[in-house]
Design a protein around this ligand. Structure first.
Ligand code: ADP
Ligand code: MG
Length: 413
């Protein structure tokens, strides 16, 4: 494996193959008459009426589904949807997903009443080549996120081949991503997974420098711990979104009502200390769009310093931050972006994210953007087609970029 000279030796992993190098792909296996378990990411947004609002993720899995069916397999498809916390929730049933999936694939999709159990075993057993059984929401069972062995064995029951096409879920060591793989004879990556790994490895292995990472969004506890690993790899890290305020708070600043995750404060402090020791370039907002609440009709103000008044919260980066981030992005040769810089869904807080999306698209760089909301922001900015690779996974792409592997990928090796 070749490593770019600019990558510090301490982030070399002990293994001498990189993630995804030894995993099998669909064309390596014989699917005829085999019972296949396909893990997909059908975690789609639903509207108020409970219908699928955006079917991008379902469409993205279709090439793999078609290939496996055309090869003559009996297909069991499984996904999670939302966070039902281990119990049945009619609002998070895969029913609307099954309807849309059936329309798009043009074949009958039977929805199982449960995730595992005697009825599911019967339905699996009766499947014929070319038929599709969609399991209910994997997270209706507590064994999924707990990666429980008994549950993993039930998922794997009667299955000959495991295929993972759920890149966006592969940073989680859950039963349908990791646990069950041990109990299935053959395993492979689907087309979507293969594509993600191919593109993201380009950024991981030989990033053309300067390499700039832009991080934001709301899932702070998912993302903050990963920044440390990214510090060793990227030349500059630009931080915005809600995440920035946990870092400010960790330095003792008064951030008003801005979103802070108290249990992440020690991690944030630790990262700041390490970044300083290593001379890493972490950039935080230098001005902030604030309002009494994050609403579409909010009256906003721009603040350039702390403390914030106790009754306001930050919803976007300000104009000076946009200019500073844009100047850094202008010189970048590789860009990775995950997480909006503000509450871009609401007009008063959308400018920072839209302007940064445009700057990323305009840069003469290899640009990779990951995350459902970040991709929605690219669309909003009208630059979706102007980045090099749009990844389906947010947390997964960030974790892969930072660590060079994912639990779900290691399970496929
Ligand atoms: P992605 O889906 O791209 O991985 P996340 O799901 O982590 O991104 O975060 C997206 C969400 O973060 C958006 O809904 C956005 O409104 C929210 N967000 C961004 N900045 C802030 C902020 N300052 N305060 C609260 N929420 C924010
Ligand atoms: Mg999101």
């Amino acid at each position: 494996m070749t490593m770019s000279g600019a990558i510090p030796a301490d982030c070399e992993t002990s293994s001498n193959t990189s993630a995804g190098e030894t995993m099998k792909t669909l064309s390596d296996l014989d699917f005829r008459n085999k019972r296949v378990f396909l893990r997909v990411d059908f975690n789609v947004p639903l509207d108020d009426a409970g219908q699928v609002r955006d079917d991008t993720r379902i469409r993205a899995a279709l090439p793999t589904v078609r290939y496996i069916l055309d090869e003559g397999a009996k297909l069991v498809v499984a996904s999670h949807l939302g966070r039902p916390k281990g119990k049945y929730d009619p609002k998070l049933s895969l029913k609307p997903v099954a309807v849309r999936f059936q329309e798009l694939i043009g074949r009958t999709v039977s929805l199982a009443p449960e995730v595992v159990g005697p009825e599911v075993e019967r339905l699996k057993g009766e499947l014929k080549p070319g038929e599709i059984l969609l399991l209910e929401n994997l997270r209706f069972h507590p064994g999924e996120t707990a990666n429980e062995e008994a549950f993993a064995r039930q998922l794997a029951s009667q299955i000959d081949i495991f295929v993972n096409d759920a890149f966006g879920a592969s940073h989680r060591a859950h039963a349908s991503v990791v646990g069950m793989v041990h109990f299935v004879a053959e395993k492979a990556a689907g087309f979507l997974m293969e594509k993600e790994v191919t593109y993201l490895r380009k950024v991981i292995e030989e990033p053309v420098r300067p390499y700039v990472a832009v991080l934001g969004g709301a899932k702070v506890s998912d993302k903050i711990p990963i920044i440390e690993s990214l510090i060793a790899k990227a030349d500059d890290i630009l931080i915005g979104g809600a995440m920035a305020y946990t870092f400010f708070r960790a330095q003792g600043m008064e951030v008003g009502q801005s979103l802070v995750e108290p249990d992440q404060l020690p991690t944030a402090s630790d990262i700041l200390k390490k970044a300083k020791e290593r001379g890493a370039n972490l950039y935080f907002p230098i001005d902030h769009v604030v309002a009494p609440s994050l609403k579409a009709e909010a009256t906003t103000a721009v603040l350039e310093s702390f403390p914030f008044p106790p009754d306001v919260m930050a919803g976007d980066i300000g104009p000076k931050t946009i200019a500073m981030f844009r100047a850094i992005l202008n010189k970048a040769k590789t860009i990775f972006w995950n997480g909006p810089l503000g509450v871009f869904e609401l007009e008063p807080f959308s400018k920072g994210t839209v302007e940064i999306a445009k700057a990323i698209a305009a840069a003469k760089a290899i640009s990779v953007v990951g995350g459902g909301d970040s991709v929605a922001a690219l669309k909003k900015a009208g630059v979706l087609g102007q980045v090099t690779h749009v990844s389906t996974g947010g947390g997964a792409s960030l974790e892969f970029i930072a660590y060079g592997t994912l639990p779900g990928l290691e399970a496929l090796e």
